[in-house]
Each structure stands twice: as structure tokens, then as C-alpha cells.
Ligand binder design. Structure first.
Ligand code: NAD
Ligand code: MG
Length: 291
């Protein structure tokens, strides 16, 4: 029987640089998105969900979990990630659920509107929006942080969730849920993630303000704040490779989380069971106790 000590990989890991946006399929060890292990319990039967960044990492784990909980799922990702996305689409279909692939770049405002329109049209409505896509590129010094890079991080992590959510709200009814993906970086920013950490703090304020705005409509808004999770984001410029080799070592559980381990938070926040939780940030960081 597997235990906490043997079930999930522990550092050290190989250095494994990839170009942004990276592929989960090229990582070693392969991240565990719950492909073989996640068991659904009918918590989202009949719901319709849109997940950005649903091809890999946390978004893929959420897509698999949602399908196994009974939801139809649309995923967005960058065209370069088609091979990762295809695996997710096949897994959703294997559950007998609708699987909609909508590739495209969410730093483009017009595309964000198209994305929501397509998801609503093909799913036949929308109950759950998961803003999960993100850009994290480390930079040692403010002197070297270019305006272009700063702008791309804000466009992906702050503007896109705003554009997508604004378009989605028109389609969300009572009982709908919006889940944003923040980070422990919102609360304990790293020196080398100056721009990224700011965007993740923005996600917290966005979540809290929007929960107040949409509460009267019966729509809940929450954020999840992951700690170190073993995903493509980290190996394709999110961390220096020396840090990738020791990724997760500083957490009390002494390892990174695997995407499957955070999917249950996104499930419960989307489900009708958790009907009074809104405007909160839910942290999963291996014991640091950040948020
Ligand atoms: P990931 O690389 O597997 O997923 C991020 C996804 O974002 C990519 O798959 C890509 O499809 C999408 N994306 C990026 N730029 C895009 C663009 N311009 N247009 C469309 N899609 C784009 O990595 P992940 O770690 O699963 O990241 C998911 C979320 O979790 C991100 O918001 C990230 O900031 C957050 N997060 C991750 C960690 C961690 O340790 N992995 C920690 C805290 C927060
Ligand atoms: Mg990806």
C-alpha cells in the first residue's frame, strides 16, 4: 500500500528546461493529474464548466475531476499545447461527457470574448468558470525585468481573467461558481517573481470584490492559492533550473504537490454543497500555512 512517503515523487529532480508554455508530457517524472486515480462522486452532475489552461497541470487535473464528477467541460490552451490538450479531451470523452477544445491566446481581449461565446454555445450554457491559465517567468532583478515581460504577465494573469469573467457573467445564473487561481506568491512573494507575485495579489482582490458584487445574484466567487505544484509552468522559466531540481523541498511535506492533489478544492468550490463559501482564498501548500 502506498503511503504519503511513497505515493508522490520527492526531490531531487532532474533539471529539465523547456520553452514556454511547456508540455506536461515532456516532464519527468510525469505530473500526476489524476488520470488513473481520481474518483468522482457525482458532485457536479449536469454542470457545464469552462477551464482556462485546461491542457496541463492544475487545469488538467480540474478538467479530469470535473468530468468524473459529471460535468461537461470546455478547455482553453495555447495552440502549441495541442498534444497535451488532446490527451485531456480524450479523458473527458472517456467519461461520456462533452469535451470542447478551444485553443487561443487569452492575452487578446477579442479572443477572450470569443472563447466564452464558443464555450456557452457548445456546452449549451455555463455554470462554472475556472480562471486558471497563468504566466510565470522568473527574473533576478528589477533592472532586467522588461516592460514586455511585465505586460505579458499582467495580460495573462490579470487582464484575461477580467475579460473572460466579464463575458461569462452574462451567462451565469443563480448557483454558478467562479474559481480564480491565485498563489501563495500573493502573500509571500519571492524576490525573483516581482511581476508574477503582484498579479497573484490582484487575483485575491478581484475575487473578494467580485464576490461582493455577484453575491446578490447567487453567484459565488472564490480563489485557490496553490503552493509548489509539479507542473510545466515551473520548468519552462517559472523557476531557475537549480530550483526545479529541489522543487517543493522547503514545504513541510518536503515535496511538491501533484496536480491531482488540488483538484478536490476546485470540485468542492464548484459544487452546490459548498453553497455558503464565497469571497475566500483556499490555500494548498504542503503545510507552510501561507494564506
Ligand atoms: P501549467 O503550465 O500546466 O498551466 C498554465 C496554463 O496557462 C498553460 O497550460 C497554458 O495553457 C495557459 N496559458 C498561459 N499563457 C496563456 C495564454 N496567453 N493564452 C492561453 N493560455 C495560456 O501550470 P500550472 O502550474 O498548472 O498553472 C495553473 C495556474 O496555477 C496558474 O495560474 C499558476 O499561476 C497557478 N499556480 C501554480 C503554482 C505551481 O507551483 N505550479 C503555484 C501557484 C499558482
Ligand atoms: Mg500547458
Amino acid at each position: 500500500m502506498s503511503t504519503e512517503k511513497t505515493r508522490f515523487p520527492r526531490p531531487p529532480f532532474d533539471k529539465q528546461p523547456q520553452q514556454f508554455p511547456g508540455l506536461a508530457s515532456a516532464m519527468h517524472p510525469l505530473p500526476d493529474h489524476g488520470e488513473k486515480s481520481y474518483q468522482g462522486h457525482n458532485r457536479l452532475t449536469g454542470k457545464k464548466a469552462l477551464i482556462t489552461g485546461g491542457d496541463s497541470g492544475i487545469g488538467r487535473a480540474v478538467a479530469i475531476a470535473y468530468a468524473r464528477e459529471g460535468a461537461d467541460v470546455a478547455i482553453n490552451y495555447l495552440p502549441a499545447e495541442e498534444s497535451d490538450a488532446k490527451e485531456v479531451i480524450d479523458l473527458i470523452k472517456a467519461e461520456g461527457r462533452k469535451a470542447i477544445a478551444i485553443p487561443g491566446d487569452i492575452t487578446d481581449e477579442a479572443f477572450c470574448k470569443t472563447l466564452v461565446d464558443k464555450a456557452v454555445q457548445e456546452l449549451g450554457g455555463l455554470d462554472i468558470l475556472v480562471n486558471n491559465a497563468g504566466r510565470q517567468q522568473f527574473c533576478e532583478s528589477i533592472s532586467e525585468l522588461s516592460t514586455e515581460s511585465f505586460d505579458a504577465t499582467f495580460k495573462t494573469n490579470v487582464y484575461a481573467p477580467f475579460w473572460i469573467t466579464r463575458a461569462a457573467v452574462a451567462h451565469l445564473g443563480e448557483g454558478a461558481a467562479i474559481i480564480n487561481t491565485s498563489s501563495v506568491q500573493a502573500f509571500k512573494p519571492s524576490d525573483i517573481l516581482l511581476d508574477y507575485a503582484q498579479t497573484k495579489a490582484c487575483n485575491v482582490a478581484f475575487t473578494k470584490a467580485l464576490a461582493k458584487q455577484l453575491g446578490p445574484k447567487g453567484i459565488r466567487v472564490n480563489a485557490v492559492a496553490p503552493g509548489p505544484y509539479w507542473t510545466a509552468l515551473q520548468v519552462c522559466g517559472g523557476q531557475p533550473q537549480e530550483k526545479v531540481a529541489h522543487f517543493g523541498e522547503e514545504a513541510p511535506l518536503a515535496r511538491p504537490g501533484q496536480p491531482v492533489e488540488i483538484a478536490p478544492l476546485y470540485v468542492t468550490l464548484a459544487s452546490d454543497e459548498n453553497s455558503f463559501a464565497s469571497g475566500q482564498v483556499w490555500c494548498s501548500d504542503g503545510g507552510t500555512g501561507t494564506a
